[in-house]
Design a protein around this ligand. Structure first.
Ligand code: ATP
Length: 293
């Protein structure tokens, strides 16, 4: 009964009907993004990532969970070539996009290679219009007809933006700004989309809309790496989830399995009564389970 109700509500089931021709390929086995044994150091001394490995299979949604300071943003910076400006460096390991080594590539080359990013905090251009924001997302492209097609696709995905095209983006609501940020990233037609806490600061109803949009984007063929503290939202749509703590992956598994995991429910979903501070504490309390770091 519960399962049936849940699957009816599951946006992946809703959308699949309309978009099935693009989303049900016979075999999708290749890897969109592979992070292997990644180590990152800030200012030559502060070791933040300690051998992180993570895979986003093509066409899938992968969720990355972790408390404040776990290293999620640092991992995204390492993947997108943005560590330099934060005085960070990859000291070990590799990042492959679609089989190509991008570990040492600069940020714009990585965008051109097919990686799109929606940064934490809805970093849109507040003074520009919605339209202008979207056009900046196509900065790596020259194909006018293709850019127009991407623009129309974005407007189809976000009907609420259609009536706001000429409005100054900074005056939109938080949810609409998040939509502009996602639409702008899609203007580059990325193979994989990285989202850093898209639900942050948004009302539950808007979080649901954003979640449905992520599912739709994925069903149109874009792989997704979703960084979230909202574990319920992320795991409800993720094929696979990873838990990062103190710069290490401490747990991974299918999204639906993690959603039912006692430790994750206790620490991330606030369903325990112990008030422990970290995922590791929860594990220690549970008499050193074998899956820990
Ligand atoms: P949050 O959810 O709070 O953004 P996070 O999981 O994204 O947390 P990071 O922002 O990656 O975590 O930070 C991981 C660790 O790296 C923290 O201890 C943070 O203080 C440190 N850190 C982040 N950026 C820098 C920097 N530029 N220089 C030095 N240390 C940094």
């Amino acid at each position: 009964m519960m399962g049936a109700a849940r699957s009816r509500r599951d946006p992946r089931h809703r959308g699949r009907r309309t978009l099935s021709t693009q989303t049900e390929p016979a075999a999708r086995t290749s890897t969109a993004l592979a992070v292997s044994n990644l180590e990152v150091v800030y200012r030559d001394v502060i070791l933040v990532l300690r051998g992180v490995s993570l895979t986003v299979p093509e066409g899938k949604i992968v969720a990355l969970l972790g408390a404040n300071g776990a290293g999620k943003t640092t991992l995204l910076r390492a993947i997108t070539g943005l560590l330099d400006i934060h005085r960070g460096k990859i000291t070990k390991g590799s990042v492959h996009l679609d089989g190509r080594d991008i570990t040492r590539d600069d940020a714009s080359a990585i965008v051109r290679a097919g990686l799109g990013q929606v940064m934490e905090g809805r970093r849109i251009f507040a003074e520009l219009s919605v339209d202008e924001n979207l056009r900046t997302g196509a900065f790596t492209r020259r194909d006018k007809a293709g850019i127009q097609a991407s623009y129309e696709r974005a407007m189809d995905l976000f009907p609420v933006l259609q009536g706001r095209r000429k409005d100054t983006a900074g005056y939109l609501s938080g949810g609409e700004q998040q939509m502009v940020a996602i639409a702008r990233a899609l203007m580059a037609e990325p193979k994989i989309l990285l989202l850093d806490e898209p639900s942050l600061g948004l009302a539950p109803l808007i979080v649901e809309q954003i979640r449905d949009i992520i599912v739709q984007v994925n069903q149109q063929g874009t792989s997704v790496l979703l960084v979230e503290q909202n574990a319920t939202m992320a795991l409800s749509i993720a094929d696979t989830g990873y838990v990062l703590e103190h710069g290490r992956v401490v747990k991974d598994g299918p999204g639906k399995v993690l959603l039912e995991d006692k430790d994750i429910r206790e620490f991330y979903l606030g369903m325990g009564d112990t008030g422990r501070r970290s995922f590791r504490d929860v594990k220690t309390y549970r008499r050193k389970k074998s899956w820990g770091a």
